[in-house]
Design a protein around this ligand. Structure first.
Ligand code: DX5
Length: 213
């Protein structure tokens, strides 16, 4: 758990034709860098996989958000390219034993473990492992695309999780900008993912700083 707010730019909204330079434009000010892995099945969009990550040169720790139906099949390739944080979705790994096996394989590869929930998924869906993960990702948009509007209804889930596990890193992702970031921080989130807000900004360092409050 960190006592200050981490900012994690999401490369989904970067200019993918100039990705290395885009990453360098946020490197000095960001804390992590999120790679949105989409399989076109769990979410209605297809993004990128480990081959793209392999070519990225950055000092930022990489955070792979697996929006995929079979995360167990994807773990090793992201570990092999040095990803430091791997988050899977509770909606596609429902059994506690299965979740623990997945968590074990991520940690065995030297990465930390996150579990994510979509806006409609209740906190109770992750009751079994929330005390065991390193990060809890609460989606504030329906995953699949950048540039969507923030869903404030998820804030109560963040408040409840933070109350129950005050030391747990709670990440939020989707529609986060300088306005919504303050709501997220107040609710107890301390790791904020932002894509379009950061990569559409002229002054990216100022945009990142504005998310820390
Ligand atoms: C959505 C992705 C988010 C998205 C955030 O499915 O998981 O990380 O890229 O983009 P913005 O910040 O534009 O909502």
């Amino acid at each position: 758990m960190t006592d200050h707010t981490l900012v994690t730019p999401s490369i989904l909204s970067a200019n993918l034709g100039d990705l290395q330079r885009e990453v360098e434009s946020v490197e000095a000010h960001a804390d992590w860098l999120q790679v949105d892995v989409m399989d076109g099945h769990f979410v209605p969009n297809l993004s990128f996989g480990a081959p793209v990550v392999r070519w990225l040169k950055t000092s930022l720790p990489l955070d792979a958000h697996l929006m995929v139906t079979n995360p167990a099949d994807r773990i090793q390739e992201f570990l092999d390219v040095g990803v430091k944080h791997i988050t899977f979705h509770a909606e596609v790994v429902e059994g506690t034993a299965e979740r623990r096996v997945l968590m074990e394989s991520i940690r065995a590869g030297g990465a930390t473990v996150g579990i994510a929930v979509n806006p409609a998924t209740p906190l109770s869906a992750v009751d079994d492992v929330l005390s065991e993960v390193d990060l809890f990702l609460v989606m504030s948009v329906q995953p699949g695309f950048g540039g969507q509007a923030f869903l404030p209804a998820v804030l109560s889930k963040v408040e409840e999780a933070h109350k129950a596990f005050p030391k747990l890193m709670i990440q939020m992702d989707g529609g986060i900008d300088d306005q919504t970031a303050s709501l997220c921080r107040k609710a107890g989130a301390n790791n904020l993912v932002a894509g379009s807000y950061i990569f559409s900004a002229q002054n990216r360092s100022a945009a990142i700083a504005s998310l820390r409050g």
